[in-house]
Design a protein. Structure first.
Length: 309
């Protein structure tokens, strides 16, 4: 089954060119089915690219999914027009009275800023608080994962001496977790961040469980018993060229970035990178949709959160 998107969302053409099953809004209204309602809080400056990356992974599920894109009303985006945001994105005030089967909170390039100094932090805290009783399961990505762990559980972040960038091998700590069903013993995931969280801090909280981690990149995937929360510290959704783009951008800015680890063949930026993480990225999103969203959500979406009240 497809993901349902607005008729003229630019990401739709890119997804259809990849044979991703997309249903335009007009056709979806003719089907009598209970679709999953998924809210995506897109904090990345590259809005369209991030939409494509996440929708590509959601589109591999057999479920029909209604997508709602959410923006921060307290932040002015500099890389996308307000006209685009007004056309395709909701504000929190417009959706706060609704229930959702699932929500995704993306990363954001604000890791070197203290949480409380991020201009939309108060609004984000309000959304994360609201999600506990109004969203069946929330998937947090990269900085979104760090922010979620900090807000919900007081887990701090720590600055790194050098940016963590590259493709890193992860091993599984808990093998019977549905989220990683079908995973190999070792899998790859991209990371791109300036801060990290500590496994020791997480292990002190009995409600948090480290599902996967990396010797080089540290904590990889964390789950919580509260509201079906999933925290992914990397960027499994990244395209083949995303890390290359970030490397070239940082080099052009004079930041002297390190070449992303385990990414370019022979560690040569002139070579095209090899994709070694896409299969597990697809499986991660599909498992989240199936076991954390579809299998756990009530048939009547208005019942989401009632068992917690």
């Amino acid at each position: 089954m497809p993901i349902k998107i607005p008729d003229d969302l630019p990401a739709g053409d890119a997804l259809e060119s990849e044979n991703i099953f997309v249903m335009r809004e007009g056709r979806a209204t003719t089907q009598d089915i209970r679709p999953m309602e998924i809210l995506i809080l897109n904090l990345m400056p590259t809005k369209i690219e991030t939409e494509i990356q996440i929708l590509r992974l959601l589109g591999n599920s057999p479920l029909q999914i209604n997508i709602f894109l959410l923006q921060m009303a307290t932040h002015e985006s500099k890389n996308i027009s307000q006209e685009y945001l007004d056309k395709f994105y909701y504000t929190f005030d417009e959706i706060k009275d609704r229930k959702f089967d699932g929500m995704i909170i993306t990363g954001a390039p604000v890791e070197n800023i203290e949480y409380e100094d991020v201009d939309y932090w108060n609004e984000l805290c309000g959304i994360m608080d609201w999600s506990v009783d109004n969203v069946n399961s929330t998937l947090f990505i990269c900085w979104g994962a760090q922010a979620g762990l900090y807000y919900h559980y007081g887990i701090p972040k720590y600055p790194m001496k050098k940016k963590m960038s590259g493709i890193f091998r992860h091993t599984l700590n808990i093998r019977d977790e549905p989220l990683i069903r079908g995973f190999d013993d070792i899998f790859n995931m991209p990371h791109s961040r300036h801060t990290e969280i500590s496994a020791a801090d997480i292990n002190r909280n009995p409600r948090l469980h480290i599902i996967a981690e990396s010797k080089e990149a540290g904590v990889g995937i964390v789950t919580s018993e509260r509201a079906g929360q999933v925290f992914v510290t990397g960027h499994s959704e990244y395209d083949a060229e995303t890390l290359a783009y970030e490397y070239e951008r940082d080099a052009d800015r004079g930041l002297d970035p390190s070449i992303p680890s385990n990414y370019f063949p022979n560690n040569d930026p002139h070579n095209d990178p090899l994709v070694t993480w896409r299969a597990h990225a697809t499986l991660l999103f599909t498992n989240w949709l199936n076991y954390y969203v579809y299998q756990r959500t009530p048939y009547d979406i208005n019942d989401v959160g009632r068992e917690k009240q």
